[in-house]
Design a protein around this ligand. Structure first.
Ligand code: COA
Length: 166
């Protein structure tokens, strides 16, 4: 039987409980999920690629059919090289739609056999994104309930170090 493999790409700077909710849903639908730390040319991440890999690995350790990888290149090339049939993306609100729609259609144009599947995270994560998490943590706010424990640990370490050196 053919393995149904899907790729969930993102910047994950850092991974939040909203992303994790999407990963857990996808892991129930597909045989294998690859969470892919991909490059969004419009973003300059706070966390190094290695740190983001570590965070996603630790946060998804309880999911046996989930692996983590990183890639700098065209997403559909990676997806096809992995023999994956789908790209997973989360849709939190209408505001996500236009950007996601553009990416999904472009990816389909480039690789017609790859389908983008949108999953809606639990509504309690609708307002969550990585920028808000980073900003609240930077100014000393408690974001523990929004991120996996490993992220909270690394956020504290990062901003403690920053405040000592300023
Ligand atoms: N819960 C919480 N937040 C979520 C979320 C969820 N379920 N789903 C998305 N988000 C947030 C993210 O935190 C992020 O917030 P931020 O902007 O504050 O950082 C934002 O929504 C979207 O980011 P993310 O899901 O990480 O994706 P991205 O838009 O940064 O990633 C790539 C885009 C990496 C997938 C895209 O640039 C790509 O494919 N790059 C490879 C090159 C390529 O092929 N480009 C052509 C694409 S057509």
């Amino acid at each position: 039987m053919k393995i149904k493999r899907a790729v969930y790409p993102g910047t994950f700077d850092p991974i939040t409980n909203g992303h994790l909710d999407v990963i857990e849903r996808a892991a129930q639908i597909f045989d294998e999920i690859i969470v892919l730390i991909a490059k969004n040319p419009a973003k300059s991440p706070l966390f190094a690629e290695q740190e983001r890999l570590q965070m996603v690995q630790e946060a998804t350790a309880h999911l046996p059919n989930v692996t983590v990888d990183s890639f700098d290149g065209l997403l559909v090339d990676y997806v096809q090289r992995q023999n994956a049939c789908a790209i997973i993306r989360g849709l939190r609100a209408v505001s996500d739609f236009e950007y996601e729609f553009q990416m999904a259609l472009m990816n389909r144009k480039l690789a017609p056999s790859v389908t983008t599947v949108f999953l809606m995270p639990n509504e309690k994560y609708t307002y969550l994104n990585s920028t808000i998490v980073r900003e609240v943590a930077r100014y000393g706010g408690d974001v523990q309930e929004f991120v996996p424990p490993v992220v909270w640990r690394l956020l504290q370490a990062k901003f403690r170090k920053a405040s000592f050196s300023s």
